[in-house]
Design a protein around this ligand. Structure first.
Ligand code: SF4
Length: 103
């Protein structure tokens, strides 16, 4: 399919999705800086994921697919998130691969 990258990332080659726990979001906007295609701050000051049609997904626990070209940006967001509230998981078994509950 796609060519391997120099630094393989955990979860590469598998479908991943991301969601935000807004209860812990501090609203600092770091995730939006890293991956504005995936995250957006709403007028309530909290971050939400967006659909691939750029629609804000505000249902609790709403997920959106992580496009492979944006995987590193999304992973960096999860690592830097001050609220520890960005969760990246495998679609197939819902196991978290990046985020506060990742092994
Ligand atoms: S980086 Fe985390 S705490 Fe900051 S706005 Fe994004 S989800 Fe909220």
């Amino acid at each position: 399919m796609t060519a391997r990258q120099d630094a393989p990332t955990k979860g590469e080659g598998q479908d991943l999705e991301v969601w935000i726990d807004q209860d812990l979001c501090t609203g600092d906007g770091i995730c939006v800086q890293y991956a504005p295609e995936v995250f957006e701050l709403d007028i309530d000051g909290l971050a939400y994921v967006k659909s691939d049609e750029d629609e804000l997904l505000q249902d609790k626990g709403a997920t959106t697919p992580v496009p492979l070209p944006l995987l590193q940006d999304v992973v960096d967001s999860a690592k830097e998130c001050p609220g520890d509230c960005i969760h990246v998981r495998r679609v197939s078994d819902r196991v978290e691969v990046y985020g506060p509950e990742a092994a």
